[in-house]
Design a protein around this ligand. Structure first.
Ligand SMILES: CC(C)(COP(=O)(O)OP(=O)(O)OC[C@H]1O[C@@H](n2cnc3c(N)ncnc32)[C@H](O)[C@@H]1OP(=O)(O)O)[C@@H](O)C(=O)NCCC(=O)NCCS
Length: 157
């Protein structure tokens, strides 16, 4: 099911901070994604420009949170740089309305704008995890794992 309204992304500022940290996924999904508060803390300790956290808003409703990464030093040895979606939390009561798809499309657009050609994501396997969501959007496992998670990639070109 898709929503007929027009969601948008907003930066995390003192105005949007509480709405962002108030986004909660379903309890059985908590194994699959970090709480927003932890993601924002991780963004803070990364070099400027690497993490791209955004609140997903529809009308006046905060409906989700995403955090993208751009040109991250994937192997931490300076040989491989990748961009993608680091975190995605759609509020429990707002799932199934197209906001997750919107989040992926928004990150894809931002990577394209920066002349990137691939969108990476990692996911936990498991019945309550997001694997089929990502596969349905065209992501394909590339055969790698990262910290126990499956690495998937969406070709943007
Ligand atoms: C996975 C998640 C992001 C999906 O967000 P969502 O807003 O419910 O997804 P959408 O409504 O945009 O769905 C887009 C499509 O994916 C499908 N889809 C969504 N979740 C799915 C799932 N778990 N399994 C199979 N298909 C799924 C939808 O049916 C829809 O397909 P359609 O267009 O053919 O109808 C959301 O459930 C979530 O936040 N989960 C908990 C946290 C998590 O796992 N985050 C990812 C960490 S990497």
């Amino acid at each position: 099911m898709t929503t007929t309204s027009a969601p948008r992304l907003e930066e995390i500022t003192p105005r949007t901070f509480e709405a962002a940290t108030g986004i909660k996924v379903r309890p059985e999904q908590e194994f699959a994604v970090s709480p927003v508060m932890q993601s924002l803390a991780e963004a803070y300790v990364r070099p400027a420009g690497v993490a791209w956290p955004r609140l997903i808003v529809d009308g006046d409703r905060p409906v989700g949170f995403l955090m993208a990464f751009f040109d991250i030093d994937w192997k931490e040895d300076g040989t491989l740089f990748r961009s993608g979606l680091w975190r995605l939390n759609i509020a429990a009561e707002e799932q199934g309305k197209g906001y997750g798809r919107f989040a992926v499309q928004s990150v894809a657009a931002e990577i394209r704008r920066r002349r990137g050609k691939e969108l990476y994501v990692t996911w936990h396997a498991g019945p309550n995890g997001p694997e089929n969501f990502y596969l349905g959007l065209g992501f394909r496992p590339n055969g790698e794992t990262s910290e126990g998670e499956i690495v998937g990639v969406l070709e943007l070109s």
